[in-house]
Design a protein around this ligand. Structure first.
Ligand code: COS
Length: 380
């Protein structure tokens, strides 16, 4: 596979890097401590075209492809993963509407998502009792004239309290298993939709993760995304793409941790030498760099397959599994190289370790990725 970046991809990567370095890096630690939602930063990303990297120009996007999106995600994540998680979910919602929406749905929602008018998008699939097994969801959508009434609860919804548009999954036929699930476009502020208290999380503290309550939320027929009963497949296909985003995020956080570890190994002296003179440190850095490079290759391969409209579910699961597991190890080693200082807030590596932890959990745990991969390798 050819990973030589073209001019557009390089330009997007550079634009994301410049913005991240100039604006996000200086604010990241304060955002983490104060749990400040990055509303204005998401607006900046929209202006820079970074919320719609893989969205057609006709809908307000940059139409630069899935690989360019992955590059942008990596750069933003390198600076502040609290910002990049909201960016990733907004992108996923914009892509899902672009792929499955009617012309009217696309025209109404996609430019607002990528242009910043909606602040963010949210993906309301998981529930208290339906995480790895979304088919077990209890939220229902009952017919109401031509429209529907949604009731139930959602859990772990990134930007769920801020989003201008949410994709909400609900059962339209409770007897049909995964084939009875449908997807709905629900605007933030719709009567009956409310967000609970944000989770007090270990990392990504500048992003919000909330439970949602749907109390008789009435929507018209135009809210149905795709066909009735097609919702589970829509969710699975969206998650395939979302896993490339999280793999890219893991690479970005790991890259930042590696940079810090290299810098520290040059600055810190023990036994009259910079600690980077010692093979114990050199070998850790060598492993970290190798694992990061391998992660990037897997993530970019999955992105390129998606861009070329080749099947990419298995490749996205492999990329997400490998990149997130290795990124956790890389961040852990970065803390180790910093010694006692790594365990304090004086250096950003402790934040990287807290932020990266969730990458093996959300958008499908490592165990779920292994289910997807093993089914492809060895059958069901
Ligand atoms: N693309 C398109 N269709 C897919 C698909 C994919 N990637 N994966 C599954 N499907 C389809 C199947 O083909 C099947 O279709 P039919 O009804 O026509 O046969 C249907 O969806 C059900 O598939 P399956 O039987 O494989 O579903 P399972 O309940 O066994 O679930 C896993 C499989 C575990 C892979 C799935 O539930 C999953 O990804 N869970 C994790 C969810 C997740 O990531 N949650 C995080 C939310 S965001 S924080």
């Amino acid at each position: 596979m050819d990973f030589d970046l073209n001019d557009t991809q390089r330009m997007i990567q550079q634009a994301a890097r410049d913005y991240a370095t100039r604006t996000l890096v200086p604010r990241a630690s304060a955002r983490d401590r104060a749990s400040t939602f990055p509303a204005s930063e998401l607006g900046d990303l929209a202006k820079l075209g970074l919320l719609g990297v893989n969205i057609p120009e006709a809908l307000g996007g940059a139409e630069a492809g899935a690989l360019a999106y992955s590059l942008a995600m990596e750069e933003i994540s390198r600076a502040d993963a609290s910002v990049s998680v909201a960016m990733a979910v907004t992108n996923m919602v914009a892509e899902v509407v672009t792929t499955f929406g009617t012309d009217a749905q696309k025209r109404q929602h996609v430019p607002r998502l990528v242009g910043g008018e909606y602040v963010a998008g949210a993906f309301a699939l998981s529930e208290p009792q339906a995480g790895s097994d979304p088919g077990a969801m209890a939220t229902v959508a009952r017919k109401d004239g031509a429209g529907f009434v949604l009731s139930g609860q959602k859990q772990w919804i990134t930007s769920g309290d801020r989003a201008g548009l949410l994709v909400v999954w609900a059962k339209t036929d409770t007897a049909a298993g995964t084939r009875g699930i449908s997807a709905f476009l629900v605007e933030g502020g719709t009567k009956g939709l409310s967000a609970g208290k944000p989770e007090d999380k270990m990392g990504l503290r500048g992003s919000t993760t909330v439970p949602l309550l749907l109390e008789d939320v009435r929507v018209g027929p135009e809210a149905l995304l795709g066909r009735e009963g097609e919702g589970f497949k829509i969710a699975m296909m969206a998650l395939d793409g979302g896993r490339i985003g999280i793999g890219s995020q893991a690479c970005g956080i790991a890259g930042a941790a590696l940079d810090c570890a290299v810098r520290y190994s040059r600055d810190r002296k023990q036994f009259d030498h910079p600690i980077g003179d010692f093979q114990a440190i050199q070998f850790m850095l060598a492993d970290m760099a190798t694992e990061l490079e391998a992660s990037r290759l897997l993530v970019r391969r999955a992105a390129l397959r998606k861009e070329r409209r080749q099947p990419f579910s298995t490749e996205a699961a492999m990329a997400k599994l490998y990149a997130s597991e290795r990124a956790n190890r890389i961040c852990d080693r970065a803390v180790q190289i910093h010694g006692g200082y790594g365990y304090t807030r004086e250096f950003p590596v402790e934040r990287f370790l807290r932020d990266v932890r969730v990458t093996t959990i959300y958008e499908g745990t490592s165990q779920v990725q292994r289910i997807v991969i093993s089914r492809a390798v060895a059958g069901p």
